[in-house]
Design a protein around this ligand. Structure first.
Ligand code: AMP
Length: 398
């Protein structure tokens, strides 16, 4: 899959609209707690400025649901961008209102305008054509560099592309890098290729698991989803998270793995607790001996050892989903140990966005991972084998 490339566009001296993903986490004081997504967009923005462009940036932040909600203003983003770009960033007062349209129209070359939160407009998440047209009218070129939202058919991601032909739209460097990494992973991984899949539920990852089975050599299961598999195998899982309606599906996944010769690993021990709480009494138990009414909230030390053994010879590792309730220190150890092992390995290591990226960063291992995706939902859909609505209009038609 080859995407329309920003470098092939004749951008010199033109006006460019770049859809970015500045949907960054904030702390309780409204400070940006992780600006990786903003930093990741800088190379595309600078490239356009180097081409003497006038640059219009757009993003959503949070879920204001079509209303102007002060809490979700992009003002903090504009300030951080200013620091990173080392130049003034003008923030429009609205999205496609008089202020934004006027400022976009009069924007000189080498200047950067950030329009307000796209989701202040109710049409954005409905892929409203009128909104898409107004956004498109701001510039001569459209660049999508918002991987994290490319799985959404929204006006600024999907609808807008219809107003630009192939000579006037392209993917930015960030989007391109994400798609390249995942394409290589799914089509030409260096083997053995292992997927570590965790997170809360089987339902959230079932499609990805099914799609990955014919591609990977080994699968290591962790997190809450492990218990649906363990229950199906006949273990007593106590009060652990389980999806009873997916027991048959879990069996199918295990059968398919066997048929394809994929080594399928499940936790052999867990950290069980009496309740879902950071101060719960907890103990290590084997998967065979989870007491009634106790719940498994992390993988145990024997599982960590087993998974390390299994991962020893792999050349490519994909990790999506934590091994336990990593938000609580007591149940973060399994994820942390696996993170250290993955980071230390000489394999190509890819971490899906969302929770897994968050935990790798919290531990401070982000520099040691080959690639950390900036999009949780989007990367999961790529693993499911889907073509993203924000990406498909940018694919070069052969
Ligand atoms: P997901 O969004 O499906 O990737 O799941 C991430 C969430 O799964 C995190 O918030 C974890 O706290 C949660 N999680 C991981 N392991 C467990 C478990 N054993 N029981 C309940 N929740 C879990």
């Amino acid at each position: 899959m080859e995407l329309l490339n920003i470098k092939k566009l004749d951008l010199a001296d033109k006006k460019v609209f770049i859809r970015c993903d500045f949907n960054v986490p904030m702390d309780e004081f409204g400070n940006i707690s992780d600006d990786r997504r903003i930093r990741s967009a800088v190379s595309t923005i600078n490239y356009c400025l180097d081409q003497d462009c006038a640059v219009i940036l757009a993003s959503h932040l949070g879920r204001p649901e079509g209303e102007v909600v002060e809490k979700y203003t992009l003002a903090p983003i504009a300030r951080r961008l200013q620091q990173l770009l080392k130049r003034h960033v003008e923030l429009a007062l609205d999205v496609v209102g008089d202020d934004a349209m006027q400022k976009a129209k009069n924007l000189p070359r080498h200047e950067v305008l950030l329009i307000e939160n796209l989701r202040y407009e109710s049409g954005e998440t409905k892929n409203d054509k009128k909104l898409a047209k107004k956004l498109a009218s701001m510039a001569e070129f459209y660049i999508n560099d918002a991987f994290g939202v490319s799985h959404r058919a929204h006006s600024s991601v999907a609808g807008i592309t219809e107003f630009f032909d192939d000579e006037h739209k392209a993917s930015g460097f960030l989007l391109q890098r994400e798609i390249d990494f995942f394409s290589k992973l799914m089509n030409k991984p260096t083997r053995p290729f292992a997927a570590i899949i965790g997170g809360s539920k089987v339902s959230g990852k079932l499609e990805a698991l099914t799609n990955l089975l014919p591609i990977v050599d080994k699968i290591f299961i962790g997190g809450g989803m492990a218990f649906t598999f363990l229950k199906q195998m006949g273990y007593n899982i106590g009060a652990s998270l389980v999806e009873d309606d997916l027991l048959q599906e879990a069996q199918k996944v295990m059968d398919e793995a066997k048929k394809l010769g994929v080594k399928f690993y499940l936790p052999v021990d867990v950290i069980a607790a009496e309740k879902f709480s950071a101060d719960a009494v907890s103990k290590i138990v084997t998967s065979q001996e989870i007491p009634d009414n106790w719940m498994g909230l992390d993988i145990g030390p024997a599982t960590v050892r087993l998974y390390r053994e299994g991962l020893n010879d792999v050349q490519t590792v994909l990790w999506n989903g934590p091994m336990g309730v990593y938000e609580m220190e007591k149940f973060a150890r399994g994820s942390s140990k696996i993170a250290h092992f993955v980071a230390d390995s000489y394999a190509t290591t890819v971490v899906g966005g969302g929770d897994t990226a968050d935990l790798v960063q919290r531990i401070g291992l982000d520099e040691e991972i080959s690639f950390i995706s900036t999009g949780g939902g989007a990367s999961l859909e790529l693993l499911e084998g889907k073509i993203l609505p924000g990406v498909s209009p940018l694919i070069i038609k052969k």
